[in-house]
Design a binder for this molecule. Structure first.
Ligand SMILES: Nc1ncnc2c1ncn2[C@@H]1O[C@H](COP(=O)(O)OP(=O)(O)OP(=O)(O)O)[C@@H](O)[C@H]1O
Ligand SMILES: [Mg+2]
Length: 214
């Protein structure tokens, strides 16, 4: 199975979600490879940190590739149970060529006006990918959401996303939590740290909603 985490908008939590998914699925005993398709190499750095300091955690292999990655992903799908792709932001060849072969696309969206405003142009690219890959399952979700209970941005963003997109908007909301940042810095996923239970619950909920018993 190939799961791509993508959004044209930078800084919406793509790498955070990709690494957390990889860690959580590896923890469930799945044979996982994380594929870094972003020249910033953030996911690769996370794996390097993990390899150096987290010898007790399940090993996650890393692949890297740029430009047209569709052939590489098709090959990796035969070798691994799960391939998690951290696709570059912008309108990248890496995103387009992964979306045409992927099984699942996860779109993290920050609940800010700027992020929601630029979403339609990305959704257009997703629709084009679906002309080629009509089996692609697409899920959007709110990411890096403020934890302040009086903040209305989450509901406002959800309403707009539902209005502008035909894709499933997940109930799971990934909040802005220090636990995510701390785990990432140590080469871990939130499910592997007991310091922030809420971060762990959110990743488990995301997996339950998207993979439903996998
Ligand atoms: N749920 C979260 N809680 C707290 N901090 C987060 C969360 N998700 C991401 N961050 C932080 O926000 C910043 C952007 O996240 P990330 O690098 O995952 O975004 P990205 O979409 O991959 O960015 P880029 O487009 O540059 O690749 C990082 O500093 C990351 O540590
Ligand atoms: Mg990134």
């Amino acid at each position: 199975m190939v799961i791509v985490v993508g959004n044209q908008k930078g800084g919406c939590g793509k790498t955070m979600i990709a690494t957390n998914l990889a860690a959580a699925l590896a923890g469930k005993g799945k044979d996982v490879i994380l594929f870094d398709a972003d020249r910033q190499e953030s996911a690769s750095k996370w794996v390097a940190e993990r390899g150096e300091y987290q010898s007790d955690s399940p090993v996650i292999n890393i692949g890297m590739g740029y430009d047209n990655i569709s052939f590489t992903l098709k090959d990796l799908r035969k070798r691994y149970e799960v391939v998690v792709v951290d696709a570059a932001g912008r309108d990248s060849d890496e995103f387009r060529t992964s979306a045409i072969v992927a099984d699942i696309l996860l779109i993290p969206v920050k609940p800010s006006k700027v992020d929601v405003k630029v979403l339609p142009s990305f959704l257009q690219i997703v629709k084009q990918a679906m002309f080629v890959n009509d089996a692609l399952k697409v899920f959007a979700f709110i990411s890096i959401a403020p934890t302040h209970s009086k903040n209305k941005e989450i509901e406002q963003a959800r309403e707009i996303i539902q209005r502008i997109s035909d894709f499933t908007l997940l109930d799971t909301v990934i909040h802005d939590r220090k636990g995510f940042r701390d785990a990432f810095g140590d080469g871990l996923g939130a499910v592997e740290c007991n310091t922030d239970k809420l971060a762990k619950v959110e990743i488990e909920s995301l997996i339950a909603e998207v993979l439903n018993g996998f």
